[in-house]
Design a protein around this ligand. Structure first.
Ligand code: ADP
Length: 191
């Protein structure tokens, strides 16, 4: 099993690159953002709980998010590894992920962060907002709030994984293909 966390600010390309990594290394891709959006569009109980947070660009409470993630892993166990996209995003999530994975004899092998500056991200997100129905990409205040959430709650995870020797920063600027190549080269050096 090779389990990766892909990490980065909103718009850094986590989802796009997770899809390439998933194909190349036969991983099971879990995007908490996609799971929330699916639940919202299906109007499930979970979706109703999560909607107001996504609409504002706030993080969904840990208890809800952690349970959803654990259920997704437990319902997809016969896989070669997982790629966690958008999870963990808080220290409590990272700690509970460790406890949970070790309870099923798994661990995170690598955390890979895509590094892109905020000005470039704003341009990307506003562009994405024009072609998708993601309302959190269509409003500068919501985008800035998501950066704040990242800076206040998520960025501390760099230190959490770095202390374990599992943190890898990859330049997230350039063409999609260039970035994919950088990620593949990195993963090759780790497996
Ligand atoms: P982006 O990284 O561009 O913000 P995502 O699809 O990863 O896009 O996340 C969209 C939204 O889903 C977040 O702003 C947040 O409201 C919610 N969300 C996703 N993952 C988590 C998480 N691990 N913890 C709390 N909320 C989350």
């Amino acid at each position: 099993m090779f389990n990766i966390v892909i990490f980065g600010k909103p718009g850094s390309g986590k989802g796009t690159q997770a899809n390439f990594l998933k194909e190349k290394y036969s991983l099971y891709h879990i995007s908490t953002g996609d799971l929330f959006r699916k639940n919202i569009s299906n109007e499930t109980k979970l979706g109703i709980q999560a909607k107001s947070y996504l609409d504002k660009g706030d993080l969904v409470p840990d208890s809800v998010t952690i349970k959803m993630l654990e259920n997704e892993v437990l319902s997809n166990k016969k896989v070669k590894g997982y790629i966690f996209d958008g999870f963990p995003r808080t220290l409590a999530q990272a700690e509970s992920l460790e406890t949970f994975l070790s309870s099923i004899k798994l661990k995170i092998n690598a955390t890979i962060a895509l590094d892109v500056d905020e000005n470039e991200l704003i341009t990307r997100l506003i562009d994405r907002g024009k072609t998708t129905n993601r309302t959190d990409d269509q409003d500068l205040e919501k985008i800035k709030n998501r950066f704040n959430e990242y800076n206040n709650k998520t960025s501390i995870l760099i230190n959490f994984y770095d202390k374990q020797g599992k943190f890898h920063l990859v330049d997230g600027k350039g063409s999609v293909d260039d970035i994919t190549l950088r990620l593949f080269n990195l993963v090759e050096s780790l497996i």
